[in-house]
Design a protein around this ligand. Structure first.
Ligand code: CO
Length: 162
């Protein structure tokens, strides 16, 4: 069983590896990711957040589940900014400028290529999760001072738990 990784952690700063094998192991990982995401009340969870440096994430937005493997954004338009949360940053929200509309290509669990155009919350969520696959988190959009404030807060919290 994998556990949710809380920032700071090196795996959250690493560029994840493409998924090349679409087998039962992959399906088991994805099922586990949905379980962890549900337990933590999230709408998106990327594989590095459970300690796996693989290019995939799961989302559940307005009751619709979607698994995106090897995702790539081919088109983006407009801008939107909302306060985002992240399961790896408990209690932290950050307002990030994102594209409002994106076209995203990805593989499904069977390896089939899929292309989707989404806007609003789904677009914001997919961009946030795709950042995780590139070793980027939402605090990277903040000033260094604000970043270190958040990191210190999370470190104190982690030490308190240990
Ligand atoms: Co996140």
């Amino acid at each position: 069983m994998h556990k949710l990784i809380i920032y700071p952690d090196d795996i959250l700063k690493k560029v994840a590896e493409p998924v090349t094998i679409f087998d039962e192991d992959l399906e088991n990982i994805v099922n586990e990711m949905y379980e962890i995401m549900k337990k933590e009340n999230g709408i998106g969870l990327a594989a590095p957040q459970i300690g796996l440096s693989k290019r995939l994430f799961v989302t559940e937005i307005e009751g619709i589940k979607l698994t995106l493997i090897n995702p790539e954004i081919s088109y983006s338009q407009g801008s939107v900014a909302v306060e985002e949360g992240c399961l790896s940053f408990p209690g932290v929200t950050v307002k990030v400028d994102r594209s409002n509309v994106i076209t995203i290509s990805f593989n499904d669990l069977k390896g089939k290529k899929i292309k989707k155009t989404v806007s609003g919350l789904a677009s914001i969520c997919f961009q946030h999760e795709l950042d995780h696959l590139n070793g980027k988190t939402f605090i990277d959009y903040l000033s260094p001072t604000t970043q270190s404030f958040i990191i210190r807060k999370l470190e104190r919290m982690k030490n308190g738990r240990a």
